[in-house]
Design a protein around this ligand. Structure first.
Ligand code: ADP
Ligand code: MG
Length: 312
């Protein structure tokens, strides 16, 4: 199978709503919604760094798009389309069929069609760029948090990191417990509906890819504020809650790969009714820095920080 057969077979479909030209020409042609702004984001997944070679290809296809949709969600954008740049070591049709199935299933569920890309031979590498829209002036940014705002998080934190520790051999989990945290790691749910519902409600937002401390830190830095964070309030699964306290803290505060949204909103703001639990986890303060406390307000020493690919 050649490059162009491969593209036609797995990655080409008829253009849909709002796409004048999709896969097959030199560029895709998108129809902008009047009064909207484009929001664009890219995320790359590298074998061995972001995923294990043994991962189910359907889950990998899902995750490659999910981590990109999560960035659109953080900004309150409505997904409009995505491109896929793919390097493949060889043509493995079983792998491609699984990958495309996971990818298309999330694309269809999110109303986000594949509109183009690039395919080349090389070490397995997946780079997606998503295009979304938001009404002019309504995109959620990291820079809008103000002293007195409450800090909220969606869903539950830390399961993906717990699964990683199982793969690393530092934690033992079996059966359904392992599968539940493994799904969190391999098949995260981007909070696209929540992000759109937060337009006009949240003052700032970010999605959690590199761990709560680091990602909330981005809001604090961009907004020129600090925060108090209640570690006991952080939402966690029963599986994580059964682990030793220090491991729970590590997974919750510095875990990474959660793809939940953290956002700030004034007290009493009408936090939307969406299909995911929302938990209040802290408060924005004028004093810079992030103060981690327990339920009694006592300082918690943790020595943790967010993930950084090039940190020494
Ligand atoms: P060009 O050489 O003009 O850049 P290509 O030959 O690389 O175009 O690609 C042909 C068409 O297939 C283009 O419309 C491109 O967007 C699309 N395409 C290539 N790879 C992919 C892919 N992995 N997923 C979706 N579309 C793809
Ligand atoms: Mg061309």
């Amino acid at each position: 199978m050649g490059e162009f057969d491969l593209i036609r077979r797995y990655f080409q479909r008829l253009p849909g709503h709002g796409v004048e030209v999709g896969v097959g020409d030199d560029c895709a042609v998108l129809v902008p919604t009047p009064g909207s702004r484009w929001l664009v984001s890219s995320d790359m997944l590298v074998e061995g760094r972001h995923f294990l070679s043994t991962v189910d290809p359907a889950r990998l296809g899902h995750k490659a798009l999910a981590v990109n949709l999560s960035d659109l969600a953080a900004c309150g954008a409505t997904p409009r389309g995505f491109t896929l740049a793919l390097a493949l070591p060889r043509v493995d049709e079983a792998w491609l069929a699984g990958f495309a199935r996971g990818l298309w299933s999330l694309a269809d569920a999110s109303g986000c069609p594949l509109i183009g890309g690039d395919t080349t031979q090389g070490p397995l590498n997946i780079c997606i760029t998503v295009f979304g829209e938001a009404p002019s002036g309504q995109a959620l940014l990291r820079s809008g948090a103000r002293a007195g705002d409450e800090v909220w998080v969606s869903g539950r934190l830390g399961d993906a990191r717990l699964a990683l520790e199982v793969f690393r051999g530092t934690v033992a989990l079996d059966g359904a417990d392992f599968e539940s945290v493994r799904v969190a790691m391999e098949s995260p749910t981007p909070r696209v509906a929540l992000g759109q519902a937060l337009r006009g409600v949240a003052t700032a937002a970010v999605d959690l890819s590199d761990g709560l401390l680091g990602d909330l830190g981005h809001i604090l830095a961009a907004s020129g504020v600090g925060a108090r964070l209640d570690v006991d309030a952080l939402p966690r699964s029963a599986v994580l809650a059964a682990q030793p306290a220090a491991l729970q803290q590590q997974c919750l505060l510095a875990g990474g790969d959660d793809y939940e949204l953290v956002f700030t909103a004034p007290p009493g703001a009408l936090v939307p009714d969406v299909d995911v639990a929302l938990t209040r986890i802290g408060r924005i303060e004028a004093e810079p820095g992030l103060r981690v406390v327990d339920a009694l307000g006592a300082a918690v020493a943790h020595g943790l920080r967010g993930y950084d690919h090039f940190a020494s």
